[in-house]
Write a protein that binds this ligand. Structure first.
Ligand SMILES: Cc1cc2nc3c(=O)[nH]c(=O)nc-3n(C[C@H](O)[C@H](O)[C@H](O)COP(=O)(O)OP(=O)(O)OC[C@H]3O[C@@H](n4cnc5c(N)ncnc54)[C@H](O)[C@@H]3O)c2cc1C
Length: 389
């Protein structure tokens, strides 16, 4: 039992899901992870296995084809995938959490019945399209427009940095149906086959190269009126409401990167000798190992506690932002420490840790940057102390 589990116990189902994902990750993902990164390829074979294992619909109820797993089990899946390949974990999360769980949460019974079984089995793939070329952190200022004409909405505009943009079949898309601000935004389910929809070429990235990221274009794109999620004007609320879940579950990604980096660094530090001694016996190397272990432990406590709060239906905004911020910044620091422990070999591709470091940098940007997390955290601290700014 890990130290974290002594504080936050896993259920039998959570342990089983973690072990199942660990097997798939070590047997099917680890051997191809370097090649996926080098060639910027998506792990189709691994996603097939994840679908067969029932993991693609992890947090969706069984009646819609999901596995009814807990939020904590979803964090564990992210950890196990990211330990070997951050990009595969990113695409998994974009599909299972922000693409599929958000659709489940805000859809009506007909929409759930129509889209969820295929998304859960992996027959179709999901994505979430909020960010625009001119609106990232200021997401509620988005400019893509949706106009109702008869039984259809006509969408015009563009999205950018969309994970799974080139491979997804079903997109949760946010567009403006009303005035400026969050209340003028609506959310839609957009199918790839919609007339007027196109996705761009995958963008070349520093890391997360196994996860395709593209622009999306809406040129008089026709979306049936029944694909509106909720009511007109609720989209901004949906986008914000989904963020605590997104930040909590995606925290598993930097945690997995840290675990992967620590595993490599530990093994290397007992094999490599300098000055006639194992480098792990040098106290300055131990100092880096100690920091890595501490950051991993605290990141897990923050992520697991946020996941449990969400499961109990409690407000988890502060906990989720603590978790997202601490785990993402820790993963950049820890993967850099792992490179340092490996010395020159850490800088060489074959030794994996430079890839984990490139993957880690994204986590400080996506899902709300570190600066935005600090703004949220400060706001929540003032709020919880009953103080107004
Ligand atoms: C690989 C990748 C995958 C992604 N996947 C998705 C996806 O699937 N769906 C999706 O919708 N989006 C996705 N994104 C977009 C991501 O969420 C945005 O990049 C992120 O929110 C930041 O927006 P931006 O890039 O426009 O930066 P900007 O908002 O332009 O920020 C630039 C800088 O200014 C700072 N800044 C901005 N506002 C403030 C402020 N008020 N106070 C202090 N500092 C501020 C930021 O912290 C940052 O340092 C992805 C991005 C990447 C790179």
């Amino acid at each position: 039992m890990s130290e974290t589990e002594q504080v936050i116990a896993l259920s039998e189902q959570e342990e089983a899901i973690r072990d199942l994902t660990r097997r798939i990750s070590d047997q099917d993902l680890a051997p191809i992870a370097d090649e996926l990164d080098r060639k910027e390829e998506f792990a189709h074979s691994v996603f097939k296995k994840l679908g067969e294992a029932g993991l693609l619909g992890i947090v969706i109820p069984e009646e819609f084809g999901g596995s009814a797993g807990s939020f904590l089990s979803a964090v564990l899946i992210m950890e196990e995938l990211a330990r070997n390949c951050g990009g595969t974990a990113l695409s998994f999360g974009a599909h299972a959490f922000i693409g599929t769980y958000n659709l489940f949460k805000f859809a009506n019974p007909e929409q759930r019945k129509k889209y969820l079984p295929d998304l859960c089995s992996g027959k179709t793939f999901g994505a979430f399209a909020l960010t625009e070329p001119e609106n990232g952190s200021d997401a509620m200022g988005l400019q893509t427009r949706a106009e109702k004409r008869g039984a259809k909405y006509i969408l015009n505009g563009a999205k950018t940095f969309i994970t799974n943009g080139s491979i997804a079949d079903t997109f949760v898309v946010f567009a403006r149906t009303g005035d400026a601000g969050a209340r003028g935004i609506s959310a839609f389910i957009v199918e790839r086959s919609s007339p007027g929809f196109a996705s761009g070429k995958p963008m070349e990235k520093m890391g997360m190269r196994a996860s395709p990221t593209t622009e999306l274009y809406f040129d008089n794109c026709e979306v049936p009126a029944e694909n509106l999620l909720g009511q007109e004007g609720q989209g901004g609320y949906f986008a914000l409401e989904g963020l605590d879940m997104e930040r909590t579950l995606f925290s598993g990604l930097p945690i997995g990167l840290m675990q992967g980096a620590l595993d490599v660094a530990l093994k290397y530090s007992v094999e490599r000798k300098q000055f006639g001694q194992k480098i792990g016996s040098f106290q300055l190397v131990q100092s880096m190992v100690a920091d890595m272990g501490m950051k991993l432990f605290v990141s897990r406590l923050l992520a697991y506690s946020a996941a449990r709060k969400l499961q109990e239906g409690k407000r988890a905004t502060l906990n989720a932002s603590y978790s997202k911020l601490f785990a993402s910044e820790s993963s950049v620091a820890s993967t850099l420490d792992a490179i340092q422990i490996l010395g020159g070999y850490g800088y060489i591709r074959e030794f994996k840790v430079e890839r984990l470091m490139r993957d880690a940098k994204l986590v400080e940007i996506g899902g709300g940057t570190s600066q935005i997390q600090r703004l949220i955290i400060a706001r929540e601290i003032y709020r919880s102390n009953g103080l107004e700014l």
